[in-house]
Design a protein around this ligand. Structure first.
Ligand SMILES: [Zn+2]
Length: 212
């Protein structure tokens, strides 16, 4: 293997997550835990239980995704009538009223993006777990992509706000956020933490193992 392509782990080096000091892999102390020689923080070569933790968070996020989409997102009451709208009925409402741009934004942010994140994270998890890494660069790119769209996750929250504002502009008497809003926030948070808990270095570890 070329020296330029040797990972810290292969060289017996370990980087501290707290102070980023790169040190020689110390002999593990009494409880099997190594500590940073500078700041004393616990040292880990890879994020701990990355795969199990990411799986748990993805499953939790998918469980929240169902009520987020099936329960009412907004409850509007106009003169004498009360209507509860789910995300999809909201999308359909805007499409029927000619605001297809708004419908598209709501659909993308609320339905499509979280779904895409589930698919990518599951794909990455399976690839690492079953050591089926053929194109590590592409997988790393996919991971970067989920991280990047994670930054836009909060868009969902803005969507609800815009929705409320728009309905208010439509002179409806009253609008409230429905129970789906809570599940929705939970989907956003759990998918963000799931992407964060996945360690992309595991992708390259599979490649390294194959070459050893
Ligand atoms: Zn340190």
């Amino acid at each position: 293997m070329k020296t330029a392509r040797v990972s810290a782990r292969q060289m017996g080096l370990i980087s501290c997550e707290d102070c980023h000091l790169l040190s020689r892999m110390p002999k593990t102390s009494t409880h099997g835990v190594a500590h940073c020689p500078r700041c004393g923080g616990e040292l880990h070569q890879r994020k701990r239980n990355s795969i199990a933790r990411t799986w748990a968070l993805v499953v939790a996020a998918m469980a929240f995704y169902l009520p987020a989409n099936l329960l009412p997102m907004t409850i509007t009451s106009a003169v004498g009538t009360v209507s509860a709208d789910t995300i999809m009925s909201g999308v359909i409402y805007f499409m029927q009223h000619g605001s297809w741009e708004i419908a598209l934004v709501i659909f993308t942010a609320s339905v499509f993006v979280p779904f895409l994140k589930f698919i990518i994270l599951i794909y990455l998890l399976l690839a690492v777990q079953f050591k089926l890494v053929k194109q590590p660069k592409d997988l790393t790119r996919l991971y970067r992509f989920t991280e990047a769209i994670g930054r836009w996750s909060m868009l969902d929250i803005y969507v609800v706000t815009i929705l409320v504002a728009l309905v208010k502009l439509g002179f409806l008497a009253n609008i409230e956020a429905g129970p789906a809003a809570l599940y929705f926030a939970l989907v956003v948070v759990t998918t963000m933490v799931a992407a964060e808990s996945f360690d992309p270095r595991l992708i390259w570890d599979v490649v390294e193992e194959k070459h050893e």
